[in-house]
Design a protein around this ligand. Structure first.
Ligand SMILES: Nc1ncnc2c1ncn2[C@@H]1O[C@H](COP(=O)(O)OP(=O)(O)OP(=O)(O)O)[C@@H](O)[C@H]1O
Ligand SMILES: [Mg+2]
Length: 395
């Protein structure tokens, strides 16, 4: 077993550390990264863990809004602009138990243009903070700035919505993640470095890369670098959270992403759970209150709480302590949970005021129709992603 130690831009392994860095990304905007960052942090704080939330959504910081705070406090932007500030100076205790917050760059913009040394500085200072969990909201996109922060941990969470665009963006994110990781991890052998740089520069359309082919090529150049790459990649274990789900079947759409990612990128995704599309989320947002505080009994809040508990119970996160005698993997567990959640919702709807049932039926029909549409769209997406692939693959 190869242990990865912190090396700027590569990785921090949480195995031996009590502290867990959990970056949240999603590729796509508006999929719920900030809502999940805040509410996961809140639940972990309630479970007695010391949690620091960090707004790393460079250029579009708004985590304070999800926490119900005004943007009056200096944050990371000020920290970067002012050499006399320490990171602790821009960390604040929130009103919620064990929950601390480092704002982004609303008061001192400029983090969108952050340079490598600044990223390195933030990471090394973050690592010095005392915390059980450091949860980082990374914002949308697959830019290397975002990827580099995602890569400081092997416990990254990728938030996806059951929509074609979200799946496409998640796939691009993971592809960039893989390549950047290799680029950062495999330094020292010029032939391998040049090969990876050339792969990254490849812009011809319809070239579909497969990690197996890339590893095979690296092996031809340098066996030990290829071995190192394979071991590193095994440690890259992003987990998915499916947000804004409208039915348990949404997970089937996401499983297509899982198989595609395994097949072409050699990444084993796991699934921490599903969170349904719930009006209570928006209501809480409008009241500038975290969902877990404003609407703790809502279905979305319960589902986020369950995800927080999985993180809490995992002593070796992102590896989950799954009872494999009951289900085969994290996706099957998420599917069972979702079936139960939706059955509960249907039962609650059936027990509700009879006059409202007509509305429920209409809602249900609309959900089913939307679902069928989504399945068709996804089949189309999978065709798009695999089209033209992979003449390069020799394995
Ligand atoms: N489970 C949900 N059910 C209903 N609405 C949701 C849910 N999750 C998020 N939303 C809504 O979606 C919107 C976007 O959420 P959020 O700001 O957390 O996304 P984001 O991924 O952080 O976006 P950005 O990329 O712009 O930072 C918000 O208005 C929020 O209320
Ligand atoms: Mg956000």
């Amino acid at each position: 077993m190869l242990y990865l130690r912190y090396s700027p831009g590569i990785m921090v392994l949480s195995d031996k550390s009590y502290r867990k860095i959990i970056p949240l990304a999603g590729g796509k905007g508006g999929v719920g990264k900030s809502i999940l960052t805040v509410n996961l942090g809140l639940y972990l704080g309630r479970l007695g863990k010391r949690v620091i939330l960090v707004d790393l959504d460079m250029g579009a910081s708004n985590l304070h809004t999800c926490l119900g705070l005004k943007n009056t406090r200096p944050g990371l932007g000020n920290y970067l602009a002012n050499k006399n500030l320490a990171l602790q100076d821009v960390m604040y205790r929130t009103d919620y138990p064990n929950l601390f917050f480092i704002p982004g760059d609303v008061l001192a913009p400029g983090m969108a243009d952050i340079v490598y040394n600044q990223k390195r500085n933030i990471v090394s200072q973050l690592l010095k903070l005392e915390a059980d969990y450091i949860i980082m909201d990374l914002g949308a996109g697959s830019h290397f700035n975002i990827i580099d922060f995602f890569l400081i941990s092997n416990s990254g969470l990728l938030i996806v919505a059951p929509q074609v665009t979200s799946l496409l963006n998640a796939f691009s994110f993971l592809k960039n993640l893989n390549f950047r990781f290799l680029q950062r991890a495999l330094t020292g052998k010029p032939s391998v470095e040049t090969y990876i740089r050339d792969v990254l520069r490849e812009t011809r359309p319809n070239i579909h890369f497969r990690m197996n082919k890339i590893l095979h090529d690296i092996e031809k150049l340098d066996k030990s670098e290829a071995k190192k790459a394979r071991e590193y990649l095994k440690n890259l274990k992003p987990s998915l959270i499916v947000n804004m789900a409208t039915a348990p079947e949404d997970l089937k759409l996401i499983e297509n992403l899982r198989y595609l990612v395994k097949d072409s990128l050699n990444i084993d995704l796991s699934c921490l759970g599903m969170v349904c599309a719930d009006n209570e989320v928006d209501k809480a947002m409008k009241k500038l209150m975290p969902l877990a505080v404003q609407s703790p009994d809502s279905i979305a809040a319960k589902q986020i709480e369950r995800i927080a508990e999985k993180i809490f119970q995992s002593h070796n996160f992102p590896d989950l302590p799954l009872d494999l005698s009951l289900y085969k993997d994290s996706f099957e567990l998420a599917s069972i949970e979702a079936e139960n959640d939706w059955a509960g919702m249907r039962e609650a709807a059936a027990n509700a005021d009879p006059e409202s049932r007509g509305g429920d039926t209409a809602d249900m029909q609309a959900i089913i129709a939307a679902q069928q549409q989504k399945i068709q769209e996804l089949q189309q997406t999978v065709r798009m992603l695999t089209l033209g692939a992979p003449k390069m693959d020799t394995e």
